[in-house]
Design a protein around this ligand. Sequence first.
Ligand SMILES: [Zn+2]
Length: 269
Amino acid sequence: MSRRAPLVLMYHGVDHVPADRDPHAMFVTPQAFRDQVEHLLEEGFVPLSERAYVEGRCSGSLPPRSVLITFDDGYVGVGEHALPVLESFGVPSVLYVPAALVGGCSDWLEPRHRHPLMTGEELRSVDRRGMAVGAHGTDHQDLTRVSGGELRRQTTGARRALGELLGRPVTSFAFPFGSHDARVRTAVRDAGYDTAFAVHEAAGGFAVGRVDVNAIDTMRTFRLKLHRLYPRARRVSGRVPAVRRVVHDLLGRAPRDPGVELAGRAGAR
Ligand SMILES: [Zn+2]
């Protein structure tokens, strides 16, 4: 991937959550988030809005070292902690929410690991303030496992519901769990979205890869993740788990509030 292609970062929560309530390490602290945004700007990254990203990709006119900041799920802390930081720097972002869980909680997780999601009013507010709202299915299911009718509900239905909530067309989509296949990508395109985001498994403009930023990142690992070769290096090390453990041990992990031993992140998105 050339750095002409924008860097797309994927966050989940930004809040103070102890490790035993966040075994998937999804919640970055507000201070870590501020430090990361400051670092991006100091390094000369050009933050993109959702619209600038979509239009620039189509026309091939994006500036070098551009970055799109995305958040999945719609946790309340993202509006309370991340948005004020982004506003203070004039940095736009995108927030992907499950359309049927607005005002609910992350009920696809175990009960004690669930966290509240923004209400419709909160989503309208963040959308107006530069955090564009996009779709993350309706109720956070793995879309590769649902029937055709259900897939339409998760894509077309989610777009309609969020469009009515926001009073504007919804233009981008993020796959729950980062999970997609050709049938799912086609359904998202047919539903009228302009683009869709995956995580590590990229496949063209309707499964754009993103770099996951999480609670165990230090500034050192965050800086590494900004490197244009990081996605490729991660794919290689992902095939050899022992290599990933050694790399993490060398680079260190961010300290967290005490709790249970950290589990793997798979399955939480
Ligand atoms: Zn998610």
